[in-house]
Design a protein around this ligand. Sequence first.
Ligand code: NIG
Ligand code: FE
Length: 429
Amino acid sequence: MPPVKKATLLIKNIGQLITMDGPVPRLGDQMMNLGLIENGGVAAAGDEILAVGKSDDVEGKAPLAEGCTVINAHGAVVTPGFIDSHTHPVFSITREKEFEMRIQGKSYMEIAAAGGGIRASVRDLRTTPADVLTRKTGGRLDRLMAHGVTTIEAKSGYGLSTESEIKQLQIIRELGQTHPMEMVPTFLGAHEVPDEYRENRQGYIDLVIHEMLPAVVKDNLAEFSDIFCEEGIFNIEESRKIQMAASAAGLGLKFHADELKSTGGAELAASMGACSADHLVYTSDEGIRAMAKAGTVAVLLPGTTFSLGGAAYAPARRMIESGVAVALSTDCNPGSSYTESLPLIISLAALQMKMTAAEAISAVTVNAAVAINRAGRIGQLKEGLRADAVIWDMTDYRELPYHCGVNLVERVIKRGKVVVNRSVNGNVR
Ligand code: NIG
Ligand code: FE
């Protein structure tokens, strides 16, 4: 008989235990289904969940290992660790000057065309030593985690040379080993055309396809390839060509699509069987239908509209009603959405896109897991899955979007260990 597994972590007396047990991804009305257990408990053995259920049952079932961490949640809400499925965390300079220029009337694209935007970040990143970038990125991971995130998708895209793209992906790999945050790396060499190729776009596309992609794949530095498919950046034909090469090299596909204009990016992503298409503020009904049919996840990033001072948010309701799997993410980056707060994004999704708290929680757990190819491993609290959870200083999960602009995280558990503890004197529930 195999040895009985003993609990190394027990969380008991959970007022609302949101397990997300049920269909993966959550589509349509199913997004309201949180797999909620009242007065619940969770036990973990090492980095794996051992038991989930009513508090008394879990306590009765799992024998405790010596030194087991026992947390009395005193009626709090517990969710799976949140998943931020679209971030650009490796950068050095911040761009508050551009933020102010936008407030004074310049548009994101005007600033980019004049040499600011992504290209300003690229010029800086290329000359920043790796140890400085690692330290700054690590700080961002700390902040994301303090806001309830236990896994992120992390993109390169501020190097735009083979050497500097690899430098970022290596930092992501290193932090995935040294920081408790779990990282899913994405190659974004096609984020912009860098300064030295402005007169030779084709030369840059060739570099991405024939030099960068093979180098990234050779060292297994990325799981996905992403592209900024947008008028003035990479058009539909260029995007198709680059992503075809990426797919042939074995990478999953993601697209920044229809962020500032409707260009058919969602249709292209769906036709190529992309894992996700992201932004989608201006996606057509046809694009929505195509994504539903292809099973391409819509990763919506309302922090971008908010930070760019825009009026148009992605049509989340139409997408949910059309059967598209919707995820939500910060898009954490120094240009269009400088925030590490997924709870802020949830408030924006509620107020600006009319998503309920339950839909938003589905969007940052199970559906986000599908967006990064981690379904069945994270995003749910179920026996055998990774023990990633958040204890929130609230008794009703609907407080999450409603109580906005403050951090309600009490404790974060990653791989069965408490990695954030804000509970000292802080509980007001
Ligand atoms: O997701 N859209 C393209 N990339 C980022 C912005 C990057 C930047 O401005 O530095 C985004 O919005
Ligand atoms: Fe982005």
